[in-house]
Design a binder for this molecule. Structure first.
Ligand SMILES: Nc1nc2c(ncn2[C@@H]2O[C@H](COP(=O)(O)OP(=O)(O)OP(=O)(O)O)[C@@H](O)[C@H]2O)c(=O)[nH]1
Ligand SMILES: Nc1ncnc2c1ncn2[C@@H]1O[C@H](COP(=O)(O)OP(=O)(O)OP(=O)(O)O)[C@@H](O)[C@H]1O
Length: 211
């Protein structure tokens, strides 16, 4: 398997999407509107992880592009749960790529406690032959609290090779509930937080303009 040949278009898709999503954030920052995008990350799935998942899910290596939907992955972090709906609407309105699938793990959280909104995008990459190659990209949209939980849980999954001891698993479920409560509370004081952020931005701009 020539991994470079397989993964180069996915790398391109990740880089282009990261720039486009950061562009949305920058456009919001030019207005007085709250930006629904805090930060964006992306990655091409590491080859070791591709091989492990292919084995676990019985995916033949000649079917990776069709059957492994997260060869390319992009993640958007936001401050408030309500921002996720705004981002979903922004993504739906795009004309440069399309949505293939949506999974709402916020309304339907996973047994582990995992919450996030997932979309599988069909993203066309331009080729040197003058055509387009369609790539599938997994977009995960989550709050900072959801991301904190998922990052910690992911490292524990790694540490325990997917077999987290029961006691820790139960604590993680409790921690997921605490992250949910944090999101709820923050949503309730969203107006206050946004006012404070606007004042801070104005002050920063004013001090930058001072000679
Ligand atoms: N930390 C963490 N991440 C998760 C969890 N469930 C899903 N994810 C993330 O979401 C991605 C897609 O998950 P699913 O929608 O369940 O997709 P799947 O192919 O059925 O399952 P995976 O084998 O986990 O990829 C995963 O690759 C992870 O990045 C979870 O319980 N904990
Ligand atoms: N859509 C995504 N956007 C950005 N980063 C991601 C995305 N999906 C996974 N990652 C990150 O990429 C790194 C490597 O992920 P990897 O693909 O091995 O994990 P995973 O998605 O949890 O795996 P699997 O789907 O095989 O269970 C991890 O740090 C993970 O958090």
């Amino acid at each position: 398997m020539d991994w470079d040949v397989l993964l180069t278009p996915y790398k391109q898709a990740v880089e282009e999407l990261k720039i486009k999503l950061k562009g949305i954030r920058d456009q919001y920052q030019l207005t007085s509107k709250h930006t629904p995008i805090e930060f964006v990350t992306g990655r091409v799935k590491p080859v070791s992880s591709i091989l492990e998942k292919a084995k676990r899910k019985n995916i033949p290596l000649n079917r990776l592009e069709e059957d492994m939907q997260d060869l390319a992955g992009v993640r958007i972090m936001c401050q408030f749960v309500g921002d996720i709906d705004t981002i979903v609407e922004l993504i739906k309105a795009r004309t440069d790529f399309s949505i293939v699938e949506q999974r709402d793990y916020i309304k339907n959280k996973k047994r582990s406690g995992y919450r996030s909104y997932h979309m599988i995008l069909k993203y066309p990459v331009q080729t040197i032959e003058g055509g387009e190659k369609n790539t599938l990209v997994e977009l995960q949209i989550r709050t900072l609290a959801m991301n904190f939980w998922a990052t910690i849980e992911h490292s524990l999954q790694y540490k325990y090779a997917g077999k987290i001891p029961d006691e820790i698993e139960q604590r993680l479920v409790k921690a997921a509930e605490a992250a949910f409560q944090l999101d709820e509370e923050m949503s309730k004081i969203r107006g206050e937080v946004q006012e404070a952020q606007k004042i801070m931005t104005k002050q920063q701009e004013a001090s930058r303009r001072k000679p």
